[in-house]
Design a protein around this ligand. Structure first.
Ligand SMILES: O=C(O)C(=O)C[C@]1(C(=O)O)C=C[C@@H](O)C=C1
Length: 306
């Protein structure tokens, strides 16, 4: 089987590399780049065959560095997705210990996903954002400073001979991150269990445009799995919608919904169509949270039925 050169956020030892190797094994040759923009630019320029980048985290939501670059800057298509359980380790040089740590380095996502641990166990420590978790681990190892720690992978601990000062420090053990494999050009054939991602821009701003967007899919029984609003970057208060739905962009129902949207003044940019890493079944939908008592002065429609 041919090997594809795939750009990813490096250096070696990041969660992204782990997800790439676990999901695609020896079908890929990972090529490290220092930032997510560089990862995407590499495939855009044809320096690699594919790019692999985080798109969504269970605790923090969208990975905006990837999402916004795909919406605004690059014309790339997601052709596959992968999900990795993400467990963060606090790494220090040999001989260090938790009570000596005054500075913690990591990728902003890792710092955010470990917010609870940092607040309760290292309340006085300075948090320093760096380009990736592996970059943080490498910096700590190079500095050989027992007062500085990194948040990163177990692989990074082994690579740079760091001690695990505290393990699995993420805010929730169910933490996981979804990644997209991105290509320039052709989409994969439908598999029967696909998802499609779109960025929808309102060409004309009028009341009910979000409703029109949602109705085009609802009317055809197409299940939406994600809806995210992002600034259009044209003026304050102007937003576009990123949606994900069940189905392939070539499915007749999806294609007809897109025709409807175009007719109602919505421009849709295709972000990808790919086999779902975790096909969703309607009956597995999360249970609704218990009703929250609301201020009695609020409109009745906001109250749960009694
Ligand atoms: O810094 C890394 O190790 C990465 O692979 C980046 C990244 C991200 O950007 O979300 C990937 C997965 C985890 O959510 C934490 C960080």
């Amino acid at each position: 089987m041919p090997t594809h050169r795939v750009s990813y956020l490096g250096p070696t030892g990041t969660f992204t590399e782990e997800a790439l190797r676990r999901s695609f094994g020896d079908r890929v040759e990972p090529v490290a780049y220092p930032t997510i923009e560089d990862v995407l630019e590499a495939v855009d320029h044809g320096d690699v065959d594919l790019a692999f980048s985080p798109i969504e985290n269970a605790l923090e939501g969208a990975v905006l560095a990837t999402l916004d670059a795909l919406v605004h800057r690059f014309d790339l298509l997601a052709v596959a997705e992968a999900i990795l359980p993400v467990h963060h380790q606090l790494l220090g040089v040999v001989g260090s210990s938790l009570d000596r740590i005054t500075r913690v380095l990591s990728h902003p996502q890792a710092l955010s996903q470990s917010r609870g641990f940092l607040r309760t166990r290292l309340p006085g420590a300075t948090r320093v954002a760096v380009a990736s978790t592996a970059e943080a681990a490498r910096t700590v190892a190079d500095a050989n400073d027992p007062t500085t720690a990194a948040i990163g992978t177990m692989t990074a601990a082994h690579l740079w001979h760091l001690d695990v000062l505290a393990s699995d420090i993420e805010d929730d053990p169910r933490n996981e991150t979804r990644f997209w494999l991105l290509a320039k050009g052709r989409l994969p054939e439908p598999t029967g269990s696909d998802r499609t991602a779109l960025a929808c821009f309102q060409v004309t701003d009028r009341p009910g445009s979000l409703l029109a967007l949602l109705s085009a899919f609802a009317a055809r029984g197409i299940n939406l799995t994600k809806l995210e609003s992002r600034p259009t970057r044209t003026s304050l208060g102007a937003y576009l919608f990123v949606i994900e739905l069940e189905g392939h962009v070539t499915d007749p129902a999806v294609a007809s919904a897109l025709d409807d949207l175009a007719a109602s003044g919505v421009r849709a940019k295709l972000l990808g169509s790919f086999a779902s890493a975790r096909p969703r079944h309607r009956e597995e939908a999360a249970p609704s949270p218990p009703p929250v008592p609301l201020d009695p002065s609020l409109p009745r429609s906001l109250h749960s039925p009694d």
